[in-house]
Design a protein around this ligand. Structure first.
Ligand code: ADP
Length: 372
């Protein structure tokens, strides 16, 4: 009885915190200057305010002599390690095991560190990203909760959304030709999205795999990466032009207390947010950019409408928001990383990213913030 009571109290406290703070958070992460950088002699455009108020939360960007200041829930400077970043999100990941629906996004221009934040560097264990670290933690916790009577089942799916078309990254029977066709919208497989009354999402024909260990998921992640790279060579660096959605569904049952939980962890590496020069974009590239812009602005519209508790939330305006609908509303939890490149040449894009993120962050209730 004590265990159930403690559990209920913990959940109640948790919900109260959510109500007070809002369930949308934005973290900003600036990547370091890359080693091959420097020959052009450009300076960095990012600095960190040192005032106590903005410590660890503020970021300044200087463009054309003008300073733009922003505040987020957390700012990770270039020196922050993958471990530092994970430490800040480990509780959020854990809440998926408590039955919450969680979405973690990485937003930013191509090259700003989204994939590094999510996946890390292949073959460098200390530089593992959020996805492998989250899985390791979830499977470890699952093991430790066994002694308290909890049994969990986990299922994984991975998909990509390119030009408003879904691609199943774990499908074993998809030919390269099928891939090409679906990209070009000429008769490739059409995946339809449906939500049931229990808030579960079903994507027709999507491969869903039962997984028992973090190693099994690593194997599937490798398979998905291969599947993405097939697309990449055929489709002209497409992976930075598509959204990657990793979903872990968690069902837990406690045999002694008869409690049940259904949690979902979505980890999303968004398409590069960069704009194309207006004059230079035509044909496929123009279509791609339009569809990326549409889905990214839909995402910000949805988050904004949810936080303002508006009657109409425009989930259906893009595949991405419709897919994630049950995981964005209600008592679900959302975290957005805005990844920033520090170079002068990226100043314009960085400013756009910071503005986008501060629009999302402004949804948070009761926290004073500075904006441009
Ligand atoms: P994106 O996914 O946004 O296109 P990447 O994650 O591929 O960008 O990052 C671009 C490059 O910068 C990669 O070589 C990556 O390893 C490196 N990088 C990004 N963030 C960091 C970081 N915090 N520390 C070290 N290297 C990083």
């Amino acid at each position: 009885f004590k265990l159930v009571e403690g559990e209920m109290l913990r959940k109640k406290l948790h919900n109260t915190i959510l109500e007070l703070k809002g369930n949308i958070r934005v973290f900003c992460r600036v990547r370091p200057l890359l080693p091959d950088y420097g020959s052009s002699g450009e300076g960095k455009v990012i600095s960190y305010p040192t005032s106590m108020e903005a410590l660890g939360r503020g970021i300044d960007l200087v463009q054309s002599g003008q300073k733009h200041s922003f505040t987020f829930d957390k700012v990770f400077m270039a020196e922050a390690s993958q471990e530092d970043v994970f430490e800040e999100i480990s509780q959020l990941v854990q809440s998926a095991l408590d039955g919450y629906k969680v979405c973690i996004f990485a937003y930013g221009q191509t090259g700003s560190g989204k994939t590094y934040t999510m996946m890390g560097k292949p073959g460098q264990p200390e530089q593992k990203g959020l996805i492998p670290r989250s899985l390791q933690q979830i499977f470890q916790t699952r093991q430790s909760l066994l002694s308290q009577g909890w049994k969990y089942e986990m299922q994984v799916s991975m998909l990509e959304i390119y030009n408003e078309t879904i691609r199943d990254l774990l499908s074993t029977n998809r030919s390269s030709l099928d891939l090409l066709r679906s990209e070009n919208g000429i008769g490739g497989k059409q995946y339809t999205i449906k939500h049931d009354a229990n808030g579960n999402t079903h994507v027709s024909d999507l491969t869903i795999v039962d997984v028992r260990s973090a190693r099994e998921v690593s194997y599937l992640l490798e398979r998905a990466a291969q599947s993405r790279s097939v697309g990449k060579t055929q489709m002209n660096e497409q992976s930075s032009r598509s959204h990657f959605v990793f979903t872990l569904r968690i069902s837990g049952v406690n045999e002694s207390t008869e409690q049940q939980v259904q949690g979902v962890l979505n980890l999303i590496d968004l398409a590069g947010s960069e704009r194309l020069s207006k004059s230079g974009s035509t044909g496929d590239r123009l279509k791609e950019t339009q569809s990326i812009n549409k889905s990214l602005s839909s995402l910000s519209d949805v988050i904004f409408a949810l936080a303002k508790k508006e009657d109409h939330v425009p989930f259906r305006n893009s595949k991405l928001t419709y897919l994630l609908q049950p995981c964005l509303g209600g008592d679900s939890k959302t975290l957005m990383f805005v990844n920033i490149s520090p170079e002068l040449s990226s100043a314009g894009e960085s400013l756009c990213s910071l503005r986008f993120a501060s629009r999302v962050n402004a949804c948070e209730i009761g926290v004073p913030r500075r904006q441009t």
